[in-house]
Design a protein around this ligand. Structure first.
Ligand code: FPP
Length: 239
């Protein structure tokens, strides 16, 4: 299979990095950067329909982020609660369907309730599919999926010989998503950091120096535009 893309990436995933440095450069606490970052989320979600991006998945909090100071972790959790409460109506009105991936077990009850409500409230929307990763890690996701598969085998509901990539994909948090076509990481680090490990096997990557709070719809549009001129081969030889 070989193809010139010549179309927008259907699914874009973003590692929103650099909030802390952005705040430090301004002599402000790190949470100031996270708040500025949250405002950019709004702008980027709104830009999706015009750019032909149907699915947007953003990395808000990783399974490793618990290692940050208690102040920063609590501040981020509070920011997520506020973001959901404040943005819910606009997201609903703008046709955005919101879903969350990651392990909810470690999240506080109030946040989980808000997440559940937003998912339910926007369930009939389909203009843009926004997926927010909170307490998400690719390895953790694959481990949890494997545990579910093992339980089904133990219960006699699944023949182990029938297990293939499709079976595993159906047990991942992202079972409802197509694989990402394009993964963007801001702030100059060229790492995947445990984000969508299984799903991004054939994704294009774009690492840019811009810190997340400085990312904007113009930069987003430029990256989406350059994506369409690339050649995706999916492991095959170019013809
Ligand atoms: C990475 O920057 C960013 C995060 C760990 C948090 C991402 C969260 C937001 C953008 C806030 C809003 C999100 C939603 C969904 C409302 P960093 O802190 O690692 O930056 P640094 O590398 O400069 O320290």
């Amino acid at each position: 299979m070989s193809s010139k893309i010549n179309q927008s990436p259907r699914h874009v995933a973003i590692i929103m990095d650099g909030n802390g440095r952005w705040a430090t450069q301004r002599g402000k606490p790190r949470l100031f950067g996270h708040h500025a970052g949250a405002r950019r989320v709004r702008e980027i979600v709104r830009a999706c329909p015009d750019l032909g991006v149907k699915y947007l998945t953003i990395f808000a909090f990783s399974t490793e982020n618990w290692k940050r100071t208690q102040t920063e972790v609590a501040g981020l959790m509070s920011l997520f609660r506020r973001y959901i409460s404040r943005e819910a109506k606009a997201l609903l009105d703008e046709g955005v369907r919101v879903r969350f991936i990651g392990d909810r077990i470690k999240l506080d009850e109030k946040l989980v309730r808000l997440m559940d409500e937003l998912e339910l409230m926007t369930a009939d929307n389909s203009k843009v599919h926004l997926t927010i990763a909170i307490n998400y890690g690719g390895r953790d996701e694959v481990s949890r999926a494997t545990k579910r598969l093992a339980r089904e085998v133990k219960a006699g509901e699944l023949d182990p010989e029938s297990v293939d990539g499709e079976t595993l994909a159906r047990h991942l948090d992202t079972y409802f998503l197509p694989d990402p076509d394009l993964v963007i990481r801001t702030s100059g680090e060229a790492r995947i950091s445990n984000f969508l490990l299984w799903q991004s096997a054939y994704a294009e990557y774009e690492f840019i120096d811009t810190l997340w709070p400085d990312f904007n719809k113009k930069i987003f549009a430029d990256i989406v535009g350059s994506y369409s001129s690339r050649n995706r081969r999916f492991g095959a030889v170019t013809t």
